[in-house]
Design a protein around this ligand. Structure first.
Ligand code: MG
Length: 260
């Protein structure tokens, strides 16, 4: 009986092998080099076709978070009431000092995020007080916004740093008062059933098209004082920072593409 079963399985294995499928799971690289070009072609799944510039420069499959017309996608991070930042005639919005951070109504996990920001040319404070703001992923992990033109500070707190964790590879800011762009590829952290972080949040950041954070894995939350903290969480809002020191930072053209 046992022998018969064994022979049956071997026969089945040979039959499946002959059909090109592997009963053990995903196909491994064949030992023998393919001799036909078709053998290494993939035809499915077919990627969706999108228009990369459909929505005022945003891809057709992006969620528009701010296009200059209203703050409908945002709420106050302080009390969940309407966002109180100012909308300007040029299609931007500006932090209204002491009104608090604003965050998206919608929660996100892994995303591609595009944000444009402008430092305040009238803000000539020094160090961390000059046009300080920030873009937070999942409400916890900050990509620093700061005017570092002729304004040094600690490098893991400078513009395009992952605050207190990773300095940028280069300083790629445009002159004070001009528009900067951040393109952020963010992969949400993963936690096991005990709440332990088995994979940290991973950030890749382009500052004005220049790679400044290269697939950096954060060790935990952004903290002003103390080490990064870890506690399990799910999707969270994207947040923009009111540093509460008359920063005068402005934002425009904010869009996101969920990657989950
Ligand atoms: Mg900041």
């Amino acid at each position: 009986m046992k022998k018969t079963t064994q022979f049956t399985l071997i026969g089945l294995g040979l039959l499946i092998s002959a059909c090109g499928a592997d009963p053990a799971g995903p196909a491994e690289a064949p030992a023998q080099e393919p001799t036909l070009p078709e053998a290494t072609e993939m035809w499915t799944p077919v990627p969706n076709q999108i228009d990369p510039f459909q929505q005022n420069g945003a891809p057709s499959d992006a969620i528009i978070l701010f296009d200059g017309s209203n703050l409908d996608q945002w709420i106050s991070a302080v009390d969940s009431t309407a966002a109180k930042w100012a909308i300007n005639a040029d299609g931007s919005m500006t932090v209204v000092d002491l009104t608090g951070d604003i965050q998206t109504k919608e929660n996100f996990g892994s995303v591609q995020l595009h944000v444009e920001w402008r430092s305040n040319p009238d803000n000539m404070a020094s160090g961390q007080a000059r046009s300080n703001s920030g873009v937070y992923l999942q409400n916890r992990y900050e990509v620093q916004v700061l005017d570092n033109n002729d304004n040094p500070t600690y490098v893991n707190g400078m513009v395009a740093s992952l605050y207190k964790q990773s300095p940028p590879l280069v300083m790629a800011s445009v002159p004070t008062g001009s528009w900067n762009a951040y393109d952020i590829i963010y992969h949400a952290p993963e936690f096991d059933e005990l709440g332990e972080m088995v994979k940290g949040p991973i950030m890749t950041v382009l500052h004005n098209g220049v790679l400044v954070q290269d697939h950096f894995e954060l060790s935990g939350t952004t903290e002003y004082i103390g080490w990064p903290k870890v506690s399990a969480h799910g999707p969270g809002p994207i947040k923009l920072q009111d540093h509460s020191d008359k920063s005068g930072v402005s934002y425009r053209n904010v869009w996101v593409r969920p990657l989950d």
